[in-house]
Write a protein that binds this ligand. Structure first.
Ligand code: X8Z
Ligand code: ZN
Length: 606
């Protein structure tokens, strides 16, 4: 289901069984002059629902059963959708320049944006592109690193090892080994870029990057400015964190290995992509032993099953007044990694059948990190459930960052007191030192992520626009990783590999700015929800667990789906129409003070 509007996470346009016949779908008719714009939109909604059902089924099977055959099935479904979509956009041209109601106009605008994989109208090229896109994602999903031929480690196991291993050379081996999946992706990616750009051009966009940036109720150029503005707001906090982390890693590995005036080696940050650094909290812990919120060990001691972990997340949403997940969710989701076949382990949430058939697809491990990912994924499912009564073209999030921010907002309520209340930790300390420790733990994930979240699409925007040429894919990638994140690869990289392909969302064709925006929005959302819940005190100590008032406000915003500009949705929830990083900065003010103190006398930067 990734190829529709907002993609992944079932963030897509939906699935309600429609009435139109197969033949009508295969051969989009030229717009009947007698069809009013309203009638056209109504027909689009019906047809979209039917196509989504078919595509959802094909995509689900493909993602949970990677074989040659499911590639054919998924590519065929995606091709069919693409053909329909191209035809409908052509037909919609008939209404250009007509005076339409805002609702009809919005539906037509969203229809035009209704794919993340625009394909050329040429049948052969359309087929070629949908197959390439399916194959690329499959290569990632089935990817593994084989040492000495038969000692093979899957992507999700490698991800786990990167978190716990501390041996420098071993880490480098795992890091480099995973990137061996990428050379065969390079040519395919290059061709994919040519074809998606051709498709985007036919829809009236300069290139796919421009099309992605057009999905934010402002011009692509304005959006680019917004993303930069937000980054500038949070950059000082990132720079202090980077400085403190580099110093501690220097202590741990030696300053000859981690020089204090250079970028940090990318493989020692506890994460395959150096995107979130929470796994090296043991190295960073400001006050050792103070308020050790060891959820990992509770999960292990109590031997939580994947289902029990999902129940824990569901219980949170239910405490806000939302419904329990349907039986079909429990029957149809993939919670664990199957042993007998390849699957895409990267977590996702699906809103099939118009949001009536909710599922998650994960390979759940018994860790706190995974537990938070489950809370994140259920945020998608509850959003999908909330907007399911909207017409299919409005079934989506206010903007893609909203979809990612719902579950993340909920994780902000996983305070020590909450964890204690639900039995995930034995005690919750509230001393100043405990606060700093917890803030460090959170910042290693939430703040460390920001430049990564920003640069992934900046690289792709450059690739799609042609500013980054195929012969420079890797070089440009590492230039941006260094510029934004202050990290460097542990060994020489060349254009023989395709390191961007080692990150799911690149071969998976999922735009990424959504996650950057979500990291900022979630604090704005949380600030508003905490006010509604009547929380007193600082934002970091607030959990809205159990607050029906907060839940109602959240749900009301989610119910609108994408029927109105995101600024309206944001205003409903927060009272403001602008994305703004002051909430995240206020939240981490205590940590910022601590970091500045620690970094005194150090020369920061790279
Ligand atoms: O892809 C995801 C979710 C699925 S929507 C698990 N995330 C990004 C990533 O893993 O790179 C969540 C955080 C960022
Ligand atoms: Zn998500």
């Amino acid at each position: 289901m990734k190829n529709l509007a907002n993609t992944l996470a079932g963030v897509m346009l939906v699935v309600i069984l429609g009435a139109c016949s197969q033949q009508e779908l295969d051969e989009p008719a030229a717009a009947a002059t007698s069809e009013s714009a309203e009638e056209f939109v109504a027909r689009a909604n019906v047809e979209l629902a039917e196509l989504s059902r078919e595509m959802g089924a094909a995509e689900w099977v493909r993602s949970t059963y990677i074989t040659q055959d499911t590639a054919v099935i998924a590519a065929a479904a995606s091709e069919k959708y693409a053909k329909w979509h191209g035809g409908m956009v052509q037909q919609a041209l008939a209404y250009d320049g007509q005076e339409l109601s805002p609702e009809t106009q919005r539906a037509i605008d969203l229809l035009k944006l209704g794919t993340s994989l625009p394909t050329p109208n040429d049948a052969a090229k359309r087929k070629e592109l949908t197959l390439i896109a399916t194959e690329l994602e499959g290569m990632y999903g089935a990817g593994q690193y084989c040492r000495n031929g038969d000692d093979c480690i899957s992507g999700s196991d490698l991800e786990g090892l990167m978190q716990t291993t501390r041996d420098y050379d071993e880490l480098e081996d795992l890091w480099t080994g995973w990137r061996e999946i990428t050379p065969p992706m390079r040519d395919k990616y290059q061709r994919y870029v040519e074809l998606v750009n051709e498709g985007a051009g036919e829809l009236g966009y300069g290139d796919l990057g421009e099309m992605w940036r057009a999905g934010f109720d402002m011009s692509p150029a304005e959006f680019e400015g917004e993303a930069s503005r937000l980054w500038e707001q949070v950059k000082p906090l990132y720079e202090e964190l980077h400085c403190a982390v580099r110093a501690k890693l220097g202590d741990h590995y030696g300053e000859d290995i981690v020089p204090q005036d250079a970028p940090i080696p990318a493989h020692i940050l506890g994460n395959m992509w150096a995107q979130e650094w929470g796994a090296i909290y043991d190295i960073m812990e400001p006050y050792p032993g103070v308020s050790d919120l060891d959820v990992d060990s509770t999960l292990e001691t109590k031997d939580f099953s994947p289902q029990e972990m999902v129940r824990s997340a569901e219980n949170f949403y239910v405490s806000l007044g939302m419904d329990r997940l349907p039986d079909t969710f429990w029957e149809r989701s993939q919670f664990s990694k199957p042993q007998d076949r390849e699957v895409v382990c990267h977590a996702s949430a699906w809103g099939l059948d118009g949001g009536n058939d909710l599922r998650i697809k994960m390979c759940i491990k018994q860790t706190y990190d995974e537990l938070r990912t489950i809370y994140h994924e259920l945020g998608h499912n509850y959003y999908q459930a909330a907007y399911k009564d909207q017409p299919p073209l409005f079934q989506g999030s206010a903007h893609s960052g909203f979809h990612e921010a719902i579950g993340d907002t909920v994780t902000l309520s996983m305070t020590p007191n909450y964890l204690k209340e639900v039995g995930l930790v034995a005690s919750a300390e509230e001393s100043e030192q405990a606060v700093i420790n917890r803030q460090m733990q959170m910042a290693l994930d939430k703040i460390a992520f920001l430049p990564f979240g920003k640069l992934i699409d900046e690289w792709r925007w450059g690739v799609f626009s042609g500013a980054i040429k195929p012969e420079n894919y890797n070089q440009a990638w590492w230039d941006m990783r260094t510029k934004y994140q202050g990290i460097a690869p542990p060994n020489d990289r060349s254009e023989a590999t395709f390191d961007p392909g080692a990150k799911y969302h690149i071969p998976g064709n999922v735009s990424y700015t959504r996650y950057f925006l979500a990291r900022i929005l979630q604090f704005q959302f949380q600030r508003a929800l905490c006010e509604t819940a009547g929380h007193e005190g600082d934002l970091a100590s607030c959990s809205v667990y159990g607050s029906k008032e907060a839940g109602n406000k959240f749900f009301a915003m989610m119910q609108s789906g994408q029927s109105e500009p995101w600024q309206d949705a944001l205003e409903k929830l927060t009272g403001t129409r602008e994305m703004d990083a002051t909430a995240i900065i206020d939240y981490f003010a205590p940590l910022m003070g601590y970091l500045k103190e620690q970094n005194e006398g150090r020369s920061c930067g790279w």
